[in-house]
Ligand binder design. Structure first.
Ligand code: A2P
Length: 343
């Protein structure tokens, strides 16, 4: 059996990656439609050797679509996802629009694949930083129990879209002018003030909420609890944007309920699906975003036991934010729907 697929936001950083994952993983596609705004309607995209024309998204675009992969921004999802569902499609949404909706499963297949069965038309793909963190921590949760997470992120600009990548590239050409470089995208397109990202570190991703945390930080906090089905889990996050094009890094401190050795923690991570242990300090082996870009896995290294709390462990977690953090996870959800015959 094969399926009619739509990609909403096909010209974007994530949308392009979605197309590549469908090709690479040989997803059973019958027909595919590439949707974007009127700005890029008419552009051509090649899928498995055949050329397709990008179309402006309208509600009727979803007629006969079985699976719609959305990554065109939250407001677009709010507007078009219900239209797609009304026409019989299952929407896999990469934006934050529905993630915390009680009716909408929030899924990382390595962690809570079975939640897809609860869908009522929409399945949400979590935030990129959340996905790679829960992949790395799920094996520890299963084997030793997890009580607390404190995470700081080092996030790539591609998470903020094609415009952010272009801005980093153009600013990077001129170090002498770094402080006065023109900036109009980061930290947030809609913000009052913008700062250069080249040669910089910006401790703001998305807008601030009333409690002093940013929305990105609150996404990591709330989504982790929802995916792991544990409201009592203690989670704190600080999210920082760096001048890296692709690949998010995270310094993660966890407190476990058991007291494993470092070797046992390493073994548990090495055995986990979708995760690769890359931890050999004596040979300077540890994950870095430049090397993780384009790869499917979540890489984990620098595993250390806390020096004061034997239940505390420090990990360094790196993954391609556009691949496992977005497009791959969405396509894995689509594969799970096919596998479970619920599409
Ligand atoms: P377009 O190329 O027409 O602007 P990114 O996150 O990399 O910036 O990509 C955002 C994606 O969402 C792009 O594919 C973009 O298409 C699409 N998009 C933005 N606004 C709309 C809209 N109003 N309707 C449909 N697609 C949109």
């Amino acid at each position: 059996k094969s399926y009619n697929v739509a990609i909403m936001g096909a010209t974007g950083a994530v949308g392009q990656q979605m197309k590549e994952q469908l090709e690479k993983r040989n997803f059973p596609v019958k027909n595919i439609v590439f949707l974007a705004s009127s700005r890029s309607a008419g552009q051509e995209i090649t899928f498995k050797g055949k050329t397709y024309t990008v179309q402006e998204a309208v509600p009727e675009s979803f007629e006969n679509v079985d699976i719609a992969l959305f990554s065109a921004g939250g407001s677009i999802s709010e507007k078009f996802a219900p239209e797609a569902v009304k026409r019989g499609a299952v929407v896999i949404d990469n934006t934050s629009a529905f993630r915390m909706d009680k009716e909408v499963p929030l899924v990382v297949p390595e962690v809570n694949k079975e939640d897809i069965r609860l869908h009522k038309g929409i399945i949400a793909n979590p935030n990129c930083s959340t996905i790679q963190m829960v992949c790395a921590l799920q094996p520890l949760k299963e084997q030793y129990g997890l009580s607390k997470i404190v995470v700081s992120t080092y996030q790539a600009v591609s998470g903020a879209g094609v415009n952010a990548i272009n801005e980093l590239k153009s600013q990077s050409a001129d170090f002498d002018n770094a402080q006065n470089a023109e900036a109009s995208v980061l930290p947030v397109k809609s913000a009052d003030r913008h700062y250069p990202i080249a040669f910089n570190a910006i401790p703001q991703i998305d807008q601030f909420t009333d409690n002093g945390y940013t929305y990105e930080e609150m996404k990591m906090i709330n989504e982790t609890k929802k995916i792991m089905h544990d409201d009592t889990l203690s989670v704190a996050a600080t999210c920082v944007r760096l001048p890296v094009v692709t690949g998010h890094s995270e310094s993660v401190y966890v407190e476990l309920e058991g007291v494993p050795t470092v070797a046992e923690v390493k073994q548990s991570i090495a055995n986990a699906p979708g995760v690769e242990l890359m931890d050999d300090p004596s040979n300077q082996v540890y994950p870095m975003p430049l090397m993780a870009a384009g790869k499917d896995e979540v890489f984990v290294g620098r595993i250390r036991q806390d020096l004061d709390n034997p239940q505390g462990f420090h990990l360094w977690v790196v993954s391609d934010n556009l691949v496992k953090g977005a497009a791959l996870n969405s396509v894995q959800i689509a594969e799970a729907l096919v596998e479970e015959q619920i599409v």
